[in-house]
Design a protein around this ligand. Structure first.
Ligand code: ZN
Length: 236
């Protein structure tokens, strides 16, 4: 009798444990499905700065155009974000600018087109990728900018900057700065400018011309965007 009683208890406990297991499993699965749905509904706009007749700043040794590096980094970033289930919209997909004919007022038309693309996408974040230049050639490293009155922009900038500062190649750790730039001001969406490095520095340029370093930059920016999106989601 006692043996049977214990066996009964054991069977009962096993049953309860099995039920608990399947309940936990179903909760986990529903969270996973929910997460998948959430990432699919998130859009990020990637803006490769300049393009066409506007090449941006150029490399001090190779003459490499900023516009070329910006697009290469953006395309690598697009692959990573899409692999994570995030919907990506590019303002510029080719070497060409967005201004139509390169006649009077082309820069203004180019920037307005970027604004229209951002407005249409209703993104959770806008990341505009650029390369920097400075009269003093010793100046190096990545620098993020956000709009002064945008707390979300500052948070996104902090997240990306932290990842870029963590790169072994990062010789100067920077803090994001407030900046008064069209791409940050033209919409209400959370936007940052990511200056990846200085083409006026021979050392930064030597890194920026390589596919390997562009991949590392894209990876760091990707991790920063994901960290921002997940913290933004948990604050909702
Ligand atoms: Zn630029």
């Amino acid at each position: 009798m006692r043996m049977r009683g214990n066996a009964g208890k054991t069977i009962f406990l096993a049953g309860v444990l099995t039920l608990c297991f399947f309940f936990t499993l179903s909760v986990c699965l529903s969270v996973l499905v929910q997460t998948a749905v959430d990432t699919q509904s998130i859009t990020v706009v990637l803006d490769a700065g300049h393009g066409g007749v506007d090449g941006g700043v150029t490399g001090v040794n190779t003459g490499v155009k900023e516009s070329e590096i910006n697009l290469a980094v953006v395309k690598k970033l697009q692959v990573k974000l899409e692999a994570a289930g995030i919907n990506v919209v590019l303002t510029r997909k080719t070497d060409a600018g967005l201004y139509g004919l390169a006649v009077k007022g082309f820069k203004k038309r180019d920037m307005q087109k970027r604004r229209e693309i951002i407005e249409r996408a209703s993104p959770a974040a806008v990341v505009s990728v650029h390369q920097n230049s400075y009269p003093r050639s010793a100046r190096r490293g990545a620098q993020l900018f956000y709009r002064a009155d945008s707390a979300e922009g500052q948070t996104l900038a902090n997240n990306i900057q932290a990842q870029l500062n963590d790169m072994p190649e990062c010789v100067k750790k920077s803090t994001p700065l407030a900046g008064d730039y069209y791409i940050l001001n033209c919409t209400e969406y959370t936007s940052v400018i990511c200056e990846c490095g200085f083409l006026s520095s021979a050392a930064d340029e030597a890194l920026l011309v390589t596919d390997d370093y562009r991949e590392k930059l894209a990876d760091a920016i990707y991790r920063g965007i994901l960290a921002y999106l997940s913290s933004a989601a948990s604050n909702r």
